[in-house]
Design a protein around this ligand. Structure first.
Ligand code: EPZ
Length: 423
């Protein structure tokens, strides 16, 4: 059972200084299973130390992978795979475990992977993953909550996704690289994490055209070789620190970021009145005297990411005026709203849109984390609320943010982690 640590935040401090952004969680969670496609040692630099990375490491170890994670250098030895199974108790902890399906079927012709349950904010289907694998010739059976997939050898296919899906694109790419023949993936996701995955597969010897576009063409090969890579920076961690500073007031510089991964988000901060300067691998944001309300509609990359929706809502909670936040990727990702309302935010949700009326100030209270990005929005709200805010169940935040309280304290925030045993 993950620890029930909580954060105690005393609001009102500005955020000033420099923060180093960690490697991208959602890139690591794709690159790690990709290592299964070859036998040997894979080294992934700039891999963040997160709960989700530990969960994926444990799953791969259960399959026979030898995992070492000194510092931020992750080493995977896939020379001796002994199991093709991802059990329920692991997949239920993290949906991204489902990413092992494509490589297992692609290289070993078999896999038994637990059907991922819903997540904190509702059902999250995998129909697109399964349809793509069937198109590649896999036999898919659902047995007692498990996806049982088998294939002599996958064969290339022409696949069109009705919905742009990061996970389904990743799984299909990892299945197709060892298939017999050509695979075309239409309406593929173009998130930077998928672009990195495709480039990594090419380093391993795969043949992929159209990388970075939504039309990917894969020429199957017979074998791949283990390769090394360096993780791209986490664009959502970066956006979260920018939102915290825009809300709390201050001036911060993010280092080790890729500004072009955040174009839509930076545009919205500028619209809200922030000064935003970008360098080769840095972003500097200065908050305005007075925030302007700005509407946001999430979209697939390069649009405004759904993973920044909750953080933006916390910012708009104190922007004078009315703003509307609409999520078109997940229609029910609003578990953070009741918790923000406990802090005094004035938000009304209507289907997949939230109308936010900015208030003078929020007031500290005890709030509950429900999912990773909801937790981030509660921390932002706590940083600006009067008095003390306790954010419970911060294991959600530890899934996707490396030492967030240390990074925030270094910027001037008054935030402490309290061990669950101490309360
Ligand atoms: C990835 O999840 C990310 N996770 C999510 O980040 C992110 O919110 C999401 O992409 C959207 O950007 C990882 O990369 C590990 P999708 P994924 O398949 O791949 C529907 C975080 O905070 N869909 O792109 O699961 C789905 O319901 C996490 O780091 C189907 O209908 O998302 C959703 O509406 C949270 N059928 C839409 O597509 C399918 O088979 C996009 O989902 C698959 C998806």
């Amino acid at each position: 059972m993950p620890s029930l640590d909580k954060f105690i935040i005393r609001g009102g401090n500005r955020l000033d200084g420099t923060v180093t952004i960690s490697g991208a969680k959602n890139a690591s969670l794709a690159l790690m299973p990709a290592a299964l496609l070859a036998s040997g040692v894979t080294r992934l630099e700039n891999t963040p130390r997160l709960r989700d990375i530990s969960t994926m490491s444990a799953l791969l170890e259960r399959m026979g992978v030898v995992v070492r994670h000194p510092g931020t250098s992750l080493e995977l030895d896939t020379s001796n795979i002994t199991s093709y199974e991802a059990p329920y108790e692991m997949v239920k902890k993290m949906r991204a475990s489902f990413y092992v399906l494509g490589p297992l079927v692609g290289r070993f012709g078999q896999a038994r992977v637990s059907y991922p349950g819903g997540c904190a904010w509702g059902p999250r289907p995998v129909d697109l993953h399964l349809k793509a694998l069937e198109a590649l010739g896999a036999d898919i059976q659902i047995e007692a909550g498990y996806v049982v997939a088998s294939a002599k050898r996958l064969r290339g296919a022409d696949i069109t996704f009705d919905v742009s899906s990061v996970g389904a694109t990743g799984n299909t790419l990892m299945a197709a690289v060892l298939a017999d023949g050509t695979t075309v993936i239409r309406n593929a996701a173009t998130e930077p994490e998928i672009t990195q995955l495709a480039a990594f597969l090419v380093r391993m010897g795969a043949r992929i055209d159209g990388i970075g576009t939504n039309l990917l063409t894969v020429e199957g090969v017979d074998e791949l070789q283990s390769a090394n890579d360096t993780n791209i920076p986490d664009r959502i961690e970066a956006g979260t620190f920018l939102a915290a500073t825009a809300a709390a007031g201050g001036r911060i510089t993010l280092e080790h970021v890729e500004p072009q991964h955040l174009t839509a988000v930076l545009g919205k901060f500028r619209e809200a009145g922030c000064t935003v300067l970008t360098g080769e691998d840095s972003i500097t944001l200065e908050s305005p005297e007075r925030l302007s309300p700005v509407d946001v509609t999430t979209a697939i990359y390069p649009g405004f990411p759904t993973d920044m929706q909750a953080q933006w809502m916390a910012l708009m909670a104190v922007a004078p005026g009315t703003s509307v936040v609409t999520d078109t990727v997940y229609l029910d990702r609003f578990n953070h709203v009741p918790e923000l309302q406990r802090l005094g935010a004035r938000i009304e949700v209507n289907r997949n849109a939230a109308v936010i009326r900015g208030v003078e100030r929020l007031t500290g209270a005890t709030v509950m984390s429900t999912d990773l990005r909801a937790s981030a929005s509660l921390i932002i709200a706590g940083l600006i609320a009067d008095g003390s805010t306790e954010v419970l169940r911060v294991y959600h935040i530890d899934r996707g943010y490396e030492a967030i309280e240390l990074k925030l304290r270094n910027l001037g925030a008054d935030i402490q982690r309290v061990d669950s045993e101490d309360y």
